[in-house]
Write a protein that binds this ligand. Structure first.
Ligand code: LIP
Length: 270
């Protein structure tokens, strides 16, 4: 895979992200224990961590530290390095952990690089799909070697909308109430279990839109850039950037009415 980025730094960051994601992806795909279990839980008994999440994050952060020891790092499984270079890596070593635990194919390694707080490189590698989505800020989005573009906005009632649900029962009840009101107004809903893949599916036109409340930066950092570079609008509540409060991605013409409806439905609060 030849990847060019106009800026040598972005080219270096992209190559490191691709190499690390592919290395971790192969480890996770080929080394998944048949008896994989839960190593720990976080916000609830359903919010699980496996030994492979931890090992994947260690593998990725080790590769990055060897090549760029002065960079900052934040990872879902606890990686936290302040850094002095102005570059911060944002890592989800397995996005879609529950899918991975159950042996379902929809999981990915998500790696983003931020320069002075702005995401400049994003890579989402989905080994079971044989796909890698990537983007460099201002230089378009790609799935493997093909340019990625969003599907043109459909009529609202024909939109295929991805979403997801949190790990706490009271939040899930609230999210169910939002989706109950949304479903009759759109074509259908899809719940894939990986925000990073859902954002890439918007970027490649496999979903018309995606929204979710309660994501963490490592879930969306890379997929957000990929979706935007593929022509999507992304954000949260009206006038706000995407955040753990609410993440929305969709092409222009669909993003705006979906954002308005989610605001009316209170999708941004528990
Ligand atoms: C997952 C997200 C997904 C969400 C899940 C979970 P994880 O991230 O990608 O969209 O619905 O609840 O947060 O925990 O597998 O990295």
């Amino acid at each position: 895979m030849t990847d060019t980025a106009s800026d040598p730094l972005k080219a270096e960051l992209l190559q490191i992200a691709l190499d690390a994601a592919h290395h971790a992806g192969a480890f996770l795909r080929d080394g998944r224990p048949d008896d994989l279990g839960v190593a720990a839980t976080k916000s609830s008994a359903a919010d699980v961590v496996t030994e492979m999440d931890i090992a994947s994050e260690k593998l990725i952060t080790g590769l990055i530290a060897d090549l760029r020891p002065d960079d900052g790092v934040v990872g879902e499984e606890g990686a936290s390095v302040e850094g002095t270079s102005g570059i911060q890596w944002v890592i989800d070593p397995i996005d879609g952990t529950v899918n991975y635990l159950y042996g379902l194919p929809s999981w990915a390694v998500s790696i983003a690089a931020r320069k002075d707080g702005e995401t400049v490189v994003g890579v989402v590698h989905a080994p079971m799909r044989g796909e890698t989505c990537r983007a460099v800020l201002g230089e378009g989005a790609y799935v493997n070697d093909r340019a990625a573009r969003v599907r043109p906005a459909p009529a609202f009632g024909l939109a295929l909308v991805g979403t997801g649900f949190g790990y706490l029962a009271e939040r899930r009840a609230r999210q169910a109430e939002v989706v109950r009101q949304l479903i009759p107004q759109v074509r259908d809903i899809r719940r894939g279990g990986s925000a990073a893949i859902d954002l890439c599916d918007v970027a490649t036109g496999r979903l018309d839109a995606y929204y979710e409340r309660g994501l963490n930066p490592w879930d969306y950092a890379a997929g957000d850039l990929i979706a935007r570079e593929a022509g999507a609008l992304t954000g949260g509540r009206p006038g706000e950037p995407l955040s753990p409060d609410l993440t929305i991605a969709a092409p222009p013409g669909l993003f705006e009415p979906l954002q308005r409806l989610l605001e009316e439905l209170g999708a941004w609060h528990d």
